[in-house]
Design a protein around this ligand. Sequence first.
Ligand SMILES: Nc1ncnc2c1ncn2[C@@H]1O[C@H](COP(=O)(O)OP(=O)(O)OP(=O)(O)O)[C@@H](O)[C@H]1O
Length: 247
Amino acid sequence: METAVRAENLHKVYPGGVHALRGLSFTVFDGEIYGLVGPNGSGKTTTLRILATLLRPTSGKVLIYNIDVLSEPAKVRSLIAYLPEDAGVYRRLKGIEIIELFAKTRFKSSRDREAFIDEAARLSGLSWEELERPAGGYSKGMKRRLLLAITLALRPRLLILDEPTSGLDVMQSMRMRRMILRYNREHNITVLLSSHNMLEVEFLCNRVGIIYGGRLLAEGSPRELKEKFSAENLEQVFEKITGGVNA
Ligand SMILES: Nc1ncnc2c1ncn2[C@@H]1O[C@H](COP(=O)(O)OP(=O)(O)OP(=O)(O)O)[C@@H](O)[C@H]1O
């Protein structure tokens, strides 16, 4: 099976001395949806930012589709799309203008640009009237839908999602999860996501890595983890491993 992500022995010490990652290693295979779960401050965002080429680890190595993230970040960026948890929109731009901006930066031919714009606009679920309004006036759910639609329509080989549905209501979250699943299956987009929501992780992920204190404490499919820890659901697995610290 082809390897999408190989993270080896990652350490990150922030200026000021916080040791956020302490020898984190994990592998994501091509075509899978892999979930990193862990309590607040366990190092999820730090890990995703390193993979997205936005932060350098203190030591360790990361390969994305066999390309070294530290020595060839531009090549890696052409393969990935990253949606941060707190991703904002350009408030003065209309929704459609934001989509057009991404089209310009990513695609050379006007045909590819137009196909991308149509796909992202449709996927966002926003009406044409809404897309013609400045995005600063969108609700949190509308902004998140727009940004996820853009990242999916970019059709990266690897999509990195930090807390994809955080702050969204049940219906919006379900819609987002279905979109992620559909693009993973139909367009073979590998997904690495972080989440606090165990239901979400169980619904979406082929494999899960439980991270705590900057280390990987357990890894496996939701079913394997439940069997191994004699648990009925992933919340119980998590509780047994971490001693009940909130996810
Ligand atoms: N820029 C920074 N400077 C200093 N310390 C930081 C910085 N960013 C994160 N940290 C610290 O590193 C540790 C890991 O943080 P990180 O954001 O990676 O965790 P997380 O698992 O994503 O948490 P959450 O679930 O709350 O988003 C925490 O102790 C955090 O306070």
